[in-house]
Design a protein around this ligand. Structure first.
Ligand code: PEP
Ligand code: MN
Length: 263
């Protein structure tokens, strides 16, 4: 169902009216978490101006510690809708459990399945029964085949609007947050008909390295990238160390655009 043999030319996935898997290299950007309407507006205004086409932001946050900020839940979803409408950007946001799929189905433009839920099979089946596009992150301990099998769970339910997202795997180093497996992402693109993007924010975690990583993703012929941007990264409630300022994101887009156009 997701094998390249089914669509040798590759398939496209739409989030709102933004198309992944066609010619354009599409950048998704926004804060790790939805914190307030004002901060979300500020982030959206900035990333749209710099050329991002889809907004991101977590309302339900799968935090390592139960004592960390868990997100604003449905209030956060409502904020995403307001900001998305105002700035004319569709949005993607994480859904963490199967029962929530039904509740969010009418309220989001795309579901994100986070790395930690890549093999939450009930969740995969639940999003597979919807018509909502799904951004499926690779778990940091998953093989490429396990990642594609997770996509098969979604497709088996009838939803083939799936974008694969490489977000870094565990290797032995601690210097970068995870290891960005660009070759793995290229392999997934070759073996499936699905659009494949990379999330260098979580994969690398070091703001100064992100522009090069996104340019490499574009040069590799992949379909896009997702980048965390916060108006004031040092005050972010989640992933403060890795978010770009709007100014840094603008510089990233300026560096990446000529590479994306050259491919
Ligand atoms: C996120 O995108 O904010 C996130 C939680 O990512 P991951 O699931 O890849 O850790
Ligand atoms: Mn994050």
């Amino acid at each position: 169902r997701v094998g390249r043999n089914l669509h040798p030319q590759g398939s496209t996935v739409r989030i709102g009216d933004v198309v992944f898997g066609a010619k354009d290299f599409v950048v998704i950007a926004g804060p790790c978490a939805v914190e307030s309407q004002e901060l979300l507006d500020e982030a959206a205004r900035a990333v749209a101006k710099s050329g991002a086409r889809v907004l991101r932001g977590g309302a339900f946050k799968p935090r390592t510690s139960p004592d960390s900020f868990q997100g604003h839940g449905l209030d956060g979803i409502a904020m995403l809708r307001r900001t998305a409408t105002e700035f004319n950007l569709p949005f993607v946001t994480e859904v963490m459990s199967a029962p929530m799929v039904h509740e969010l189905e009418e309220r989001v433009d795309a579901f994100q399945i986070g790395a930690r839920n890549m093999q939450n099979f009930a969740l995969l089946e639940a999003v597979g029964r919807t018509k909502i596009p799904v951004l499926l992150k690779r778990n940091f301990g998953a093989t490429l085949s396990e990642w594609l099998m997770a996509a098969e769970y979604i497709a088996k339910g009838g939803n083939d609007q799936i974008i694969l997202c490489e977000r870094g795997i565990r290797s032995f180093g601690q210097e970068t947050r995870f290891t960005m497996d660009i070759a793995g992402a290229m392999w997934a693109k070759e073996r499936t008909h699905l659009p494949v993007i990379v999330d260098p924010s979580h994969a690398i975690g070091i703001p100064t390295l992100l522009a090069g990583a996104v340019a490499a993703t574009a040069a590799a012929g992949l379909d896009g990238a997702m980048v965390e941007v916060h108006p004031q990264p040092n005050r972010a409630l989640c992933d403060a160390d890795q978010a770009l300022t709007p100014h840094e994101f603008d510089a990233l887009m300026a560096a990446v655009t000529p590479v994306a156009h050259a491919v």
